[in-house]
Write a protein that binds this ligand. Structure first.
Ligand SMILES: C[S@@+](CC[C@H](N)C(=O)[O-])C[C@H]1O[C@@H](n2cnc3c(N)ncnc32)[C@H](O)[C@@H]1O
Length: 323
């Protein structure tokens, strides 16, 4: 089967891209190659792109997506991207329009612009659950309309990574656009995996981390937490027998007072190591992060789309490619 060519915007360290192309193993399971190849990838963060370029044969470009000249992107059949959505403001026009005054909100339009201009067969956009309720629920329908107006039939679904073999309860909205009706008619979102294939935190923690003093919170941090304990969930200690809570991009700075998940060893609390965080996100151990500092590793890992969840999504599109 000829491979579908993919352009990837906001590629980060490549979680979404790895899942799309497949060909990796995680916790003893092979995620076979999908019929997709990345022909163009871009992100403006020099650290996560360094990680990206360490791990893929193809290379990504370090650039602000707003500076891309459309001609520099080779021909592609699918566009993918987890566009940043920190703040969508809605202009009170009639009909209401999306945050034209907000610079970061505008990044979503870079995907729309490319779709309008190039009309690839598919697109996949990923975003946080909060996008569904942003601006009191007003932003999301406008986003969908912008994608539809670019020439696509658009579907969306909230997926929980833990239901696809990832040891994390990460919920993400997956928006998929189809240019051709016949593709849409063949498509179904991926089925949840059976319970025997689901993973929990205990499947990925690394015993040696329990002896790494740099990962433990100080007595002072713990005392501070105890003082406000009534208000919080005991430093968000995670259970080994369940998928972990969602890890974020600031795990390096995780504090006992934040909502970031931590782990309790005996009577002491520790953060996850970067490799454990990568495993919680379903990156294979062969994926190298140590070309950048720990803080940058945690950021890139916490921002990523879990490759295993993305593999299931990309794989579900392959029914459209069969003749
Ligand atoms: C949620 S992360 C994407 C993670 C990626 N999909 C993955 O799975 O690893 C969003 C990315 O958008 C990038 N970004 C933000 N503004 C950008 C811009 N103006 N141009 C290019 N990339 C940008 C950030 O550096 C970040 O890596």
């Amino acid at each position: 089967m000829e491979k579908i060519k993919v352009a990837s915007l906001f590629c980060g360290c490549g979680g979404m891209d790895l899942g799309t192309i497949g060909g990796f193993s995680y916790l003893g399971k092979e995620y076979k190659e999908n019929p997709f190849e990345i022909v163009y990838a871009v992100d403006n963060d020099e650290y996560c792109t360094k990680i990206y370029n360490e791990n893929f044969v193809h290379k990504c470009v370090v650039k602000d997506v707003r500076d891309i000249k459309i001609e520099e992107i080779p021909q592609f059949d699918m566009l993918i991207g987890g566009f940043p959505c920190q703040s969508f403001s809605i202009s009170a026009q009639n009909p209401p329009r999306l945050g034209y005054k907000d610079e970061r909100g505008l990044l979503f339009f870079e995907m729309v612009k490319l779709l309008k201009e190039r009309q690839p067969r598919f697109f996949i956009a990923e975003n946080v659950k909060g996008i569904l309720s942003a601006n009191k629920g007003k932003a999301f329908p406008i986003i969908i309309k912008e994608f539809s107006d670019a020439g696509y039939t658009v579907v969306h679904k909230l997926l929980n990574a833990s239901e696809y073999g990832v040891p994390q309860k990460r919920e993400r909205v997956i928006i998929i656009g189809f240019r051709d009706l016949e593709d849409l008619l063949k498509f179904h979102y991926p089925m949840k995996v059976g319970y025997s294939e689901r993973k929990v935190l205990g499947d990925v923690l690394i015993e040696e981390s329990n002896y790494d003093e740099t990962l433990f919170f100080s007595e002072k941090a713990v005392a501070g937490m105890m003082a406000v304990r009534a208000k919080m969930n005991k430093g968000r200690t995670m259970s080994l027998t369940e998928p972990c809570n969602t890890i974020s991009a600031h795990l390096a700075k995780v504090s006992l007072n934040s909502t970031d998940p931590v782990y309790m060893v005996g009577d002491r609390y520790r953060r996850f190591s970067a490799r454990e965080a990568a495993r919680i996100q379903s990156f294979p151990d062969s994926f190298a992060f140590d070309c950048v500092s720990q803080i940058r590793q945690y950021k890139a890992i916490g921002n990523a789309v879990p490759p295993v969840m993305m593999w299931h999504i990309a794989n579900s599109l392959t029914v459209c490619l069969k003749k």
